[in-house]
Design a protein around this ligand. Structure first.
Ligand SMILES: [Zn+2]
Length: 428
């Protein structure tokens, strides 16, 4: 869940890229050649206003590396998080599926770990309070830490105490000095956006009470590869995690993963449970099982990644074949949703208004603006009723069931849904 601004001022994180060989964010080794090249791309969340369409737009290489020392899959960093988070356009509460997921999580944590008025729940990158609000409703004290001021403000209005800050050792120390330590420390879909992983995880260790619990959710690298989710790769996501790599990262900071759940969110995520290294919590069988699954899948072998890169190219060819055929037959194609992942797909495939007339999005912040790079206009969903398109390409494919039910009325005029990932599929 990432996403952001119309006001990004891009300053390259480094200059003179051409002579500098990137090094691994986790272990510091020198990275070799990228195994996947998605071309030159704009920052996928920097949607444009009309008056920006004639201005120069920054594009950066979108290339994916595998560290052959620690096996972390990562991008070179072109933008600093200050720029990404200055004003976030993403409000988690615009997704019903995500809200339900969050509510179920809160229910489970309160029951399983007996959280109550005496506990403190801290969430890192707490967004608009989409999750912490459910703890507040149940009388459990919370603290959100969120770098984007505009979404933090919405959280505070909901009664979710929120500090506008980046998280790391410095923030953890400030909170501890103010008497704050967490019984439950949550980080959902944030690890990918952390430039300094060691500072972040060390901060978590500090902020966690001696018998406190960490849960983190992140898209599972194995699912990304297996289900061909290359569109979830974008500049704002610096790292892509397997269980094995997260376990290595945590162990370097005296933390231990003791349990893991596989979740359907974001195309397949992991929720890890971690504690201080010497806490008594026992490792579960499903943790052991998932370690084995990752080994069998071959996440530690380079061929696994080159085969993925091959599938990505094949998907581009197939999607373009479908679209060229539709356009030659005089059919209108539009897009649903303006998520970050849509932009990676559209820019990589070279799909502009010559294929997609427009996209619609429920988020009023995005309506009336344009997608980065492709400059496809974004409208309110009511535009669909107006033009009655033949095909609606669902860009947030992870929410396809939700989208199909929201706009099932396109079937009244024979409209069809098209889902691009894992492979092009038409639903009539
Ligand atoms: Zn490494």
């Amino acid at each position: 869940m990432s996403n952001m601004s119309e006001t990004i001022r891009v300053t390259p994180a480094k200059t003179s890229k051409s002579i500098e060989q990137p090094s691994c964010r986790l272990c510091g080794s020198s990275l070799g050649e990228p195994f996947l090249n998605l071309g030159q791309q704009p920052l996928c969340e920097s949607i444009l206003r009309k008056d920006q369409l004639n201005q120069m737009e920054p594009f950066f290489p979108l290339q994916v590396y595998l560290c052959d020392e620690c096996m972390l899959v990562q991008l070179d960093q072109y933008v600093s998080p200050d720029h990404i988070f200055s004003e976030y356009a993403y409000f988690s509460s615009y997704s019903d599926t995500w809200l339900k997921h969050s509510q179920a999580y809160v229910q489970k944590m309160i029951e399983t770990f007996e959280l109550g008025p005496q506990s403190l729940v801290v969430e890192l990158a707490s967004n608009d309070g989409y999750l912490l609000q459910y703890f507040v409703q149940r009388g459990v004290p919370v603290l959100g830490i969120e770098p984007a001021a505009n979404v933090a403000k919405v959280a505070v209005e909901k009664g979710v105490t929120t500090r506008v800050k980046f998280f790391g050792v410095k923030t953890a120390e400030e909170e501890i000095a103010g008497g704050t330590q967490a019984d439950l420390l949550i980080g959902n879909n944030v690890l990918a956006q952390v430039p300094d992983l060691h500072d972040f995880v060390e901060g978590m260790r500090l902020l966690l009470k001696p018998h406190g619990l960490i849960t983190m959710e992140f898209p599972h690298l194995m699912q990304l590869l297996e289900s061909n989710q290359f569109d979830t790769i974008y500049h704002e996501h610096f790292s892509y995690f397997s269980l094995a790599v997260v376990e290595r990262l945590f162990s370097e900071h005296g933390l231990r993963v003791f349990d893991v759940e596989e979740l359907p969110t974001h195309g397949g995520s992991l929720r890890i449970y971690a504690c201080h290294f010497h806490d008594w919590k026992l490792a579960t069988q499903r943790l052991e099982d998932l370690r084995t699954q990752e080994d069998v899948y071959g996440l530690d072998r380079f061929e696994c990644y080159t085969a993925f890169a091959e599938r990505v190219r094949e998907t581009k060819w197939k999607l373009l074949e479908f679209m060229i055929d539709a356009k030659r037959s005089g059919r209108q194609i539009v897009g649903y949703g303006a998520p970050g992942k849509g932009n990676t797909l559209l820019n990589y495939c070279g799909i502009r208004t010559d294929f997609l007339d427009y996209v619609v999005d429920r988020n009023p912040y995005k309506q009336g603006k344009f997608l980065p790079g492709t400059h496809i206009p974004i409208y309110h969903p009511s535009k669909l009723q107006e033009t009655k398109p033949d095909h609606v390409l669902i860009l947030p494919w992870n929410l396809k069931a939700e989208v199909m039910s929201h706009i099932s009325y396109i079937r009244e005029w024979g409209g069809q849904f098209v889902v691009p990932i894992p492979e092009v599929e038409v639903f009539s």
